[in-house]
Design a protein around this ligand. Structure first.
Ligand code: ATP
Length: 132
């Protein structure tokens, strides 16, 4: 069975490098599923979960804070500002980030602060969802 080498890299260093049979992630213009042999492409990712399937069809998830997906026939690289595997997600920290963002969204703010709070809320909610 053919596999893909998947590397997830952040400014703090590599987060994951392993072989998988399928990668799916949310790009800015929709969900992308990548199997071995996929045509080369590059796509911007949104904040959310990357799903990885191994050869026994077990699914593993990973949080990515946006970034870029680079696909080649036998490997996939994800470059993200931050990324965590479920075991590295600090649930208490994400809960606090969620509460902070919700408080900011309730307060009167300019558009930029509102947008920032929305993005922080999205990161926190996705982290909590993936850590479950
Ligand atoms: P916070 O407000 O808690 O810092 P954030 O969403 O603003 O959250 P990021 O800017 O996405 O944080 O990430 C900054 C660094 O902190 C990255 O290295 C990221 O992996 C790490 N990080 C952020 N939140 C968590 C978390 N809940 N668990 C583990 N690592 C986290």
């Amino acid at each position: 069975m053919k596999t893909l080498t998947v590397s997830v890299v952040t400014p703090d260093g590599p987060v994951l490098e392993d072989s998988f049979e399928m990668v799916s992630c949310r790009a800015e213009n929709g969900e992308i599923g990548v199997l071995p042999g996929h045509i080369p492409m590059v796509a911007p990712l949104t904040v959310g979960a990357v799903r990885l399937k191994n050869d026994s069809n077990a699914e593993q998830m990973l949080f990515v804070n946006g970034g870029f997906l680079e696909v080649r026939p036998d490997n996939v690289t994800i470059l993200a500002q931050s990324a965590e595997v479920p075991g590295d997600i600090d649930v208490e920290r994400a809960k606090q980030a969620k509460q902070r963002a919700e408080r900011r969204l309730q307060a009167q703010q300019d558009d930029l602060d509102h947008k920032r709070a929305e993005l922080a809320l999205k990161r926190a909610m996705n982290r909590l969802d993936i850590a479950k």
